[in-house]
Design a protein around this ligand. Structure first.
Ligand code: ZN
Length: 273
């Protein structure tokens, strides 16, 4: 899009602090957006009015007072009353995670918490305004598979195949990871048994250190390269900064377990099912 993205930053309600809102406003300006700030203590009606007059693409609401559960939905209602419900509204501030599903049900597109990097908010807004832009802020689509480290696949086949009765989709050797993999279909995801092919295999080292068991969770994503770059920009620790070849004609990359408090996540993009 040629026109700059226009954002209205508004603070409904009575709280008197706007440091956070000003930080966001500046961060969005740094991303090339035009930001209009309404100032403190605006009523939902005033906010809707300002959004229409300023012809903004998105409204960002900030609340620190704890009144977000009533005030944010009132802004949505005010927009509806003025036939402007097509302007998307996002929210942030001091908002407990427990309140997020309620606010999203009430029509807030997305709620950000104080820990959200401004980079993520800017990317989200770009995506919201222009869905053809890279969609790296979209959540992963599903759990692609759960990887389980075993010393020997044959030794555990009877549990997965005979006892659970899971459908065996096949075997594959992945030389880049030094593993032999058995795939079992379960719903829309799968369980992958990983057996080390040699002592250099990360799976061999994992079993030596921690024993057999759950090794990683793989998340199905689109645009794996853009996503890795996006995560890297946010200082997410990565094992692979660029994707490599995985099983089933996929591109894969691992995040460092430090990124998720000790859980190893793999990103996985399948070119074809
Ligand atoms: Zn995997």
């Amino acid at each position: 899009m040629d026109r700059k993205i226009r954002v209205l930053i508004a603070k409904p309600g009575l709280d008197g602090h706007d440091r956070g809102a000003l930080v966001i406003a500046q961060a969005l300006r740094d991303h090339g957006m035009e930001v209009i700030y309404t100032g403190l203590r605006q009523s939902p009606g005033q906010i809707a009015q300002a959004a229409i007059q300023e012809d903004v693409d998105v409204i960002g609401l900030s609340s620190l007072s704890g009144a977000h559960r009533t005030l944010f939905p009132k802004v949505i209602s005010a927009l509806k009353e003025q036939n402007a419900e097509d302007i998307p509204v996002i929210g942030g501030g001091v908002i407990p995670y427990e309140d997020i599903p309620y606010l999203e049900e009430q029509g807030i597109q997305k709620v950000f918490t104080p820990g959200t990097p401004t980079e993520v908010i800017a990317q989200y807004i770009k995506q919201l305004v222009d869905p053809s832009a890279s969609d790296v802020t979209e959540p992963p689509e599903k759990i692609a598979h759960i990887g389980i480290a075993v010393k020997n696949i044959d030794d555990v086949m009877s549990f997965y195949h005979d006892l659970l009765g899971l459908k065996l989709k096949g075997f594959e050797e992945v030389p880049s990871e030094g593993v032999k993999v058995a795939f079992f279909e379960i719903g829309e995801t799968s369980i992958e048994l990983l057996e080390p092919l040699n002592e250099e295999s990360p799976i061999h080292k994992y079993i030596e250190k921690r024993g057999e068991g759950i090794h990683h969770i793989a998340l199905e994503v689109k645009d794996i390269e853009d996503r890795l770059k996006h995560y890297k920009d946010q200082d997410v620790p990565l094992i692979h900064e660029t994707p490599k070849d995985g099983a089933h004609n996929s591109k894969i990359a691992f995040l460092h377990p430090k990124a998720a408090n000790g859980v190893l996540y793999e990103l996985c993009e399948h070119k074809e099912e």
